[in-house]
Design a protein around this ligand. Structure first.
Ligand SMILES: [Cu+2]
Length: 322
C-alpha cells in the first residue's frame, strides 16, 4: 500500500472514531460538568467533548510516536548517527491536518455560537425581563412589575435571589455598580462580564426546575439535596469575591406569578423563597441603597443618603450642598 493510501485510511478511521464518539457522548457521560439546566447547555457540552476527543487523540498519538522514536532510534553499537533534514510530506501533513481541524471546528460551532449570542428572545417567546445588578459583593435583581416598565413605582427587587419560570427565556440587562464582575450560571453554561458603564444584553433559556436538580455529593461522599441553581461571580472583584453567590430558583409558571405578587412560595423541599420587595414599600436602609442606585444611571455619582451623616462610612460628610 502506498504511503498516501495509508495516510488516507488513517485519517478516515480517526474521523469515524471522532464522529462516533461525539454522537454517543452527546451530553456529559463522564460527569465532567455541573448538571445541565438550559436549552443550550447540552450542545455546549457536546462541543466540549468533541474538542476533548480531538485534542485527547492528538495528545496520545503524539506521545506514543515520541516514545516509539526514542526507542527505535536509540543508540546502537555499530550504527552511525545519520543527519536528516526532515521529510517534506510529513511536515505538510502535520501543518495541514491541524489547520483543517481548526477550520472544521470554526465552522462546526458557528450554529451554536449564533444561537447563544445572537438569538435574542423574540416578542412571541414570553421572555421574562429582569435587570441584574452586580456590586461588591452581591447580586440584585429588579423586575418591571405589573406595568412591564422598568424604573416605575411597582418594580420589584430581590437581593441574592433570582426567580424565573421554567421554559421561558430570561431576557436580562446586566449592569455593574462598581468594578468588573462576571455573571456566571454553571448549570446554564452561561457566563458574561458585567462592566461598569455598559448595559449588557444577555439571555438564557432554563429548561429544568431547580427543585428537580440531582443531589450533589459532599466532600465526605454524602448526598446533599439542593433546590436552586448557583449564581456566582467569575471575576476576581475584591476581597470578598468568593462570597458573591446567589440562588437561582427555576419554578413553575404559577409559582413565579405568586412570587411576583409578593406571596410566599414554598417549594416541595420546604424551602420558602424570600419574597421580593416593592419600590414603594422599601423598608431598610439596605433596600434604600439598592433602590437609589437602581433608579440612577450607573454612570452618575449618587450622593450618600442622609442617614449616613456623621456615620462611620462618611466621616467627612457635611450634609447636602443645597
Ligand atoms: Cu464580583
Amino acid at each position: 500500500m502506498s504511503s498516501r493510501a495509508l495516510a488516507l485510511r488513517w485519517s478516515c478511521a480517526v474521523a469515524v472514531l471522532v464522529a462516533a464518539a461525539t454522537t454517543a457522548l452527546a451530553s456529559d457521560p463522564w460527569g465532567l460538568f455541573p448538571e445541565s439546566a438550559s436549552l443550550e447547555a447540552d450542545r455546549v457540552d457536546g462541543l466540549t467533548y468533541l474538542i476533548l476527543w480531538i485534542t485527547g487523540i492528538t495528545l496520545v498519538g503524539v506521545q506514543v510516536c515520541m516514545l516509539w522514536f526514542l526507542w527505535a532510534y536509540r543508540r546502537k553499537d555499530g550504527v552511525r548517527a545519520k543527519h536528516t533534514h526532515g521529510n517534506h510530506t510529513v511536515e505538510m501533513v502535520w501543518t495541514v491536518a491541524p489547520a483543517a481541524i481548526l477550520v472544521f471546528l470554526a465552522l462546526y460551532q458557528m450554529g451554536l455560537w449564533k444561537d447563544l449570542k445572537s438569538s435574542k428572545p423574540g416578542d412571541n417567546e414570553n421572555a421574562v425581563a429582569v435587570r441584574i445588578y452586580a456590586k461588591q459583593f452581591e447580586w440584585m435583581f429588579r423586575y418591571p412589575g405589573p406595568d412591564a416598565q422598568f424604573d416605575t413605582a411597582d418594580d420589584i427587587f430581590s437581593n441574592k435571589t433570582l426567580v424565573v419560570p421554567v421554559n421561558h427565556p430570561v431576557n436580562a440587562e446586566l449592569r455593574a455598580m462598581d468594578v468588573i464582575h462576571s455573571f456566571y450560571l454553571p448549570n446554564m453554561r452561561f457566563k458574561q462580564d458585567a462592566v461598569p458603564g455598559l448595559h449588557g444584553r444577555i439571555w438564557f433559556r432554563p429548561n429544568k426546575l431547580s427543585i428537580d436538580r440531582k443531589p450533589l455529593r459532599s466532600s465526605r461522599g454524602a448526598e446533599v439535596k439542593v433546590d436552586y441553581f448557583d449564581i456566582v461571580c467569575a471575576e476576581l472583584c475584591g476581597s470578598q469575591h468568593t462570597t458573591m453567590a446567589a440562588k437561582l430558583y427555576v419554578v413553575s409558571d404559577d409559582e413565579f406569578a405568586k412570587w411576583q405578587k409578593g406571596d410566599e412560595v414554598t417549594l416541595a423541599s420546604g424551602t420558602k423563597i424570600p419574597r421580593p420587595s416593592r419600590t414603594d414599600a422599601l423598608q431598610s436602609p439596605y433596600d434604600f441603597i439598592w433602590s437609589t442606585w437602581a433608579m440612577q444611571d450607573d454612570l452618575k455619582v449618587v450622593a450618600p443618603p442622609k442617614w449616613h451623616k456623621g456615620g462611620p462610612f462618611y466621616p467627612d460628610y457635611k450634609g447636602d450642598e443645597e
